[in-house]
Design a protein around this ligand. Structure first.
Ligand SMILES: [Zn+2]
Ligand SMILES: [Zn+2]
Length: 131
């Protein structure tokens, strides 16, 4: 028999792992870009399991801010802080990929994000499901 060094759970961690101190908005943005949104909070929940397991009311708080699924987090709830736009200039917001980091267990977004002003543009989830 041959022993394989590739433990499936390691692969999953590599693909879906949150970076140390990565904030929820940056993480969910990365995952939605790679795996897409399915109209649920699955990436928010994946982030929470890794970074802030006690934040059980996270989805509700995000819902208050106008988001109802992972992708709407960046479409409706938060927008890039204009002063951070220089960082995002080269590509779509979701591909910024340079989280400015938050302290462990914090459910706040990093300084790359601010609450969406929601007066000029609000996208909606494009997942085929109900949202
Ligand atoms: Zn961040
Ligand atoms: Zn969505």
């Amino acid at each position: 028999m041959t022993a394989t060094r590739t433990d499936p759970s390691e692969v999953v961690r590599e693909l879906m792992g949150a970076h140390p101190h990565e904030c929820v908005v940056c993480y969910v943005g990365r995952m939605v870009q790679r795996f897409d949104c399915d109209g649920s909070w699955r990436w928010v929940q994946t982030w929470r399991e890794q970074r802030a397991p006690r934040a059980t009311r996270l989805e509700r708080r995000l819902g208050v801010r106008g988001a109802s699924c992972d992708c709407e987090l960046q479409l409706r709830a938060y927008e890039v802080e204009p002063r951070a736009l220089a960082v995002a200039w080269d590509g779509p917001i979701a591909s910024v990929g340079h989280c400015l980091e938050v302290r462990a267990g914090s459910t706040q977004p990093c300084r790359l994000w601010r609450l969406a002003q929601r007066n000029w543009w609000a996208g909606e989830c494009h997942a085929p499901q109900t949202c």
